[in-house]
Design a protein around this ligand. Structure first.
Ligand SMILES: Nc1nc2c(ncn2[C@@H]2O[C@H](COP(=O)(O)OP(=O)(O)OP(=O)(O)O)[C@@H](O)[C@H]2O)c(=O)[nH]1
Ligand SMILES: [Mg+2]
Length: 456
């Protein structure tokens, strides 16, 4: 652009300097002759100031009177299942409700923009400055007091990479009371609210129908065979709790979505959008980052129980399920593929559904949590694979993750650079032969990310 063109434009726009640019016949007029024109310009300027002032007052009024999001009390049936929400209670006094029933957040906000969304790609725009955008979601961690420094590391990474912009709550669960150090350290690290729950004995003990002698002999045998955690009672309680009870804890009933975090995990990339919103907007119920084959010695009869469930409750099986991800012979046997449940983002409402509860109870009655060593990973995965449509299960390529000994590092350099990832792509487990993620891609007819072949 020519510099003088620029000058001329600015002169035209400035009332103070209007005369030098007036046409020649106007410029020859005396100062007095131009006074009415100047006065008119002055009036216009005043009118403009008044308009600006009025506009400002209206904006301030609108901001100060707009209704802030309020805590909404969940309505539940007798089994604790979520039915909807009651509007109007404040967070500090959840029992103070007005009784108005509004739609559950999952449907009420369904028309909002989806994530990831180019609009939200810039990190700066990704703050929770608009709290009404926040989902009814929480992080959840099962931990012992002795896990404090390992979980502190995990929290710090989750906060730095994601939650410092969103301030989601964090629920900590334990079979013993949390001590002061645990509470002090974790509450200082989490940018949302922290809640601490003690698990009742019924959810962390042998159910009445378990034959203690039989269970003890199994543990002794597994110890001899050096099966990892094979001799542990507490590990079995943990697996049963994560399979069937964490989502029914009183503190968890306040939420619709969860993100599970374990001690000593790592997040390698920025998470520049809200995965909870992504799940809702795309009608997802369960998600994973790493999948693999289960250690067969820990689940010899798990699939027998699953088959029993399928026969007893055909009404719960999703039409477009992922049986092919789980079985290579149309359901006759289990191929051991499962999603690694130490990372999960999912729907608590789905886990609290009659379908999942019936599934868990069928398995629990057969006693395999104690007579074998069933893990919550194959239990959740088989549940998701059979009870959900396959479109409801999501693979988060862009959430980079490590839990000893496996890494999920996003395939594709462009993604890794954009998300400021610090993982080594050669460690990515996704396309190795012991991973089931290729199977998931094939079943869902998904295109594998460019460069996957080099990471096999
Ligand atoms: N409160 C409590 N939490 C436990 C107990 N055992 C395990 N956990 C928690 O349950 C989760 C899973 O236990 P882990 O020991 O990590 O099991 P894992 O992931 O199969 O095995 P690792 O490879 O050792 O991590 C973690 O969040 C633990 O902190 C227990 O006895 N009490
Ligand atoms: Mg672990």
């Amino acid at each position: 652009m020519q510099p003088h063109e620029d000058d001329e434009k600015s002169n035209h726009n400035s009332p103070e300097s209007s005369s030098p640019t007036l046409p020649t016949h106007e410029r020859v007029k005396s100062k007095d002759d131009t006074r009415p024109a100047i006065m008119a310009t002055g009036n216009v300027r005043y009118a403009r100031y008044i308009l600006f002032a009025l506009f400002g007052i209206i904006v301030i009024y609108l901001i100060s009177t707009s209704s802030l999001p309020t805590y909404t009390e969940p309505i539940r049936d007798s089994a604790g299942r979520y039915l909807g929400k009651v509007k109007g209670a404040h967070e500090e006094t959840p029992s103070d409700t007005t009784g108005d029933v509004i739609k559950p957040i999952t449907t009420a906000l369904a028309t909002e923009p989806t994530s990831p969304n180019p609009k939200y790609d810039s990190h700066d725009e990704l703050t929770s400055s608009d709290p009404s955008e926040k989902m009814n979601a929480t992080f959840v961690t099962l931990a012992r007091n002795t896990d404090i420094w390992e979980i502190a590391r995990s929290i710090r990474q989750v906060e730095d990479r994601f939650n410092k912009n969103y301030h989601y709550d964090w629920v900590f669960l334990n079979d013993k009371p949390f001590d002061d150090t645990f509470k002090k350290v974790t509450s200082s690290l989490v940018s949302g609210k922290t809640h601490y729950g003690e698990i009742k004995e019924e959810h962390w003990s042998f159910p009445s129908w378990i034959d203690q002698d039989k269970a003890r002999k199994v543990r002794e045998d597994m110890a001899q065979r050096k099966i990892i955690y094979g001799d542990s009672i507490s590990y079995r309680h943990m697996c049963r709790f994560e399979s069937g009870f964490f989502f029914r804890q009183p503190l968890m009933l306040n939420y619709e979505w969860y993100w599970r975090v374990e001690p000593s995990v790592e997040l390698f990339c920025d998470v520049n959008y809200d995965p909870f919103k992504f799940m809702r907007d795309h009608k997802k119920k369960y998600s994973f980052v790493i999948s693999l084959y289960e250690y067969v010695e820990t689940i010899p009869t798990l699939w027998d129980s699953v088959k029993k469930f399928m026969k007893k409750h055909p009404e719960h099986l999703a039409k477009d399920n992922s049986l092919k991800f789980l079985s290579d012979d149309n359901g006759e046997s289990y191929n051991k593929c499962h999603f690694w449940s130490n990372f999960e983002i999912g729907s608590l409402e789905w886990l609290r559904s009659q379908a999942y509860i019936d599934f868990f109870e069928t398995l629990d009655k057969d006693g395999g949590f104690f007579y074998e060593r069933w893990g919550d990973a194959p239990v959740h995965s088989i549940g998701a694979g059979l009870l959900l449509d396959k479109s409801e299960i999501h693979f988060f390529n862009d959430i980079a993750y490590y839990h000893v000994p496996f890494t999920h590092c996003p395939t594709g350099e462009e993604t890794r650079l954009k998300l400021k990832c610090h993982c080594n792509p050669t460690n990515n487990f996704d396309w190795k032969s012991y991973s089931c993620t290729s199977r998931y891609f094939e079943l869902n007819k998904l295109e594998k990310p460019v460069g996957w072949e080099k990471e096999q």
